[in-house]
Design a protein around this ligand. Structure first.
Ligand code: KIV
Length: 303
């Protein structure tokens, strides 16, 4: 049976955040990014943004302090992604990340934020076994960490999981195209959806999670034209990463976006700062002042 997620249930007239969808006039005060509302963003706000044709940004976050910076910057959705494996915990991939790790870091991100919708990722092995296993672990993230939604990878293969979570009242963001938890099966991180057969499968995957009740779907590493076609064919928003300009939203891993990641970053990443250099310089300046005997100065000392 097709479930209606909360995001798909039409809001009563006058309560919808979507002015543009019905009146043709966009109300910028309701915008997900740059709008006036200071309450927590909900999946209904996300649905309204799709109706208005509004684009929105999403970043990952793994700790309270960084999350508070992004929240204050107005980022409406923060993902506590299992990319924490590579970007925060020092693993080689997302595969080793555990429910305990995701739960602790999701709770920190929730505590550090006031407005953003926090989406907690279900790590590898936390939902593939069965819809019931998915429900048990998603419930843990909602109850123990306080996230407003969860994310899981897979299209048709995860549709039953999505359906059960949504019917239990847990909003789900799906993730199709390149699904990094399958790195061992892919033998790397290849672009997905190239060629007619693969493109049709991607469309089927995106439709399957929409029909199962997902409120949004991440499209990772797929050709831009195909992602735009998927976006046009869905009533839920697509969140692109390496999927071109035609998606409703865009997500980047924050350490990539801010230039903290060392070594190789994927081609689709744009670095908006060089935090690695800023931090390295600060650490060296501190070390030199300690070694040179100029820190702490009088103003940093007690009398
Ligand atoms: O884990 C993650 O950060 C993700 C995003 C890249 C979408 O899945």
């Amino acid at each position: 049976m097709t479930q209606l997620s909360p995001a798909q249930i039409p809001a009563a007239e006058g309560t919808t955040a979507a002015g543009g969808g019905t009146t043709g006039k966009a109300d910028s005060s309701k915008a997900l990014y740059g709008g006036k509302s200071s309450r927590r963003v909900t999946v209904r706000d996300i649905a309204a943004a799709k109706e208005r044709g509004e684009k929105w940004p999403m970043l990952t976050a793994y700790d309270a302090m960084t999350a508070s910076v992004f929240d204050e910057a107005g980022i409406p959705v923060l993902l506590v992604g299992d990319s924490m494996g590579n970007c925060h915990l020092g693993y080689e991939s997302t595969v080793p990340v555990t429910m305990d790790e995701i739960t602790i870091l999701s709770a920190a991100v929730v505590r550090g934020t006031k407005r953003a919708l926090i989406v907690g990722d279900l790590p590898f092995g936390a939902y593939q076994e069965s819809p019931v296993q998915a429900l048990r672990n998603a419930t843990r993230l909602v109850k123990e960490a306080g996230v407003g939604a969860v994310k899981l990878e897979g299209g048709e293969r995860s549709a039953h999981q999505v359906e059960l979570l949504v019917s239990a009242g847990i909003p789900v963001m799906a993730h199709v195209g390149l699904t990094p938890q399958s790195v061992n099966a892919y033998g790397g991180y290849p672009v997905q959806g190239r060629g007619e057969e693969a493109a049709q499968q991607l469309l089927r995957d995106a439709k399957a999670v929409q029909d199962a009740g997902a409120f949004a779907v991440v499209l990772e590493a797929v050709p831009a034209e195909l992602a735009a076609e998927v976006t046009r064919s869905l009533h839920i928003p697509t969140v692109g990463i390496g999927a071109g300009i035609g998606c409703d939203a865009q997500v980047l891993v924050w350490t990539d976006m801010a230039g903290l990641t060392g070594g190789h970053v994927p081609r689709f990443v744009k670095q908006y700062a060089n935090v690695r250099e800023v931090l390295g310089t600060a650490a060296k300046d501190f070390a030199e002042e300690v070694v040179g005997g100029t820190f702490p100065a009088k103003e940093h000392s007690f009398r």
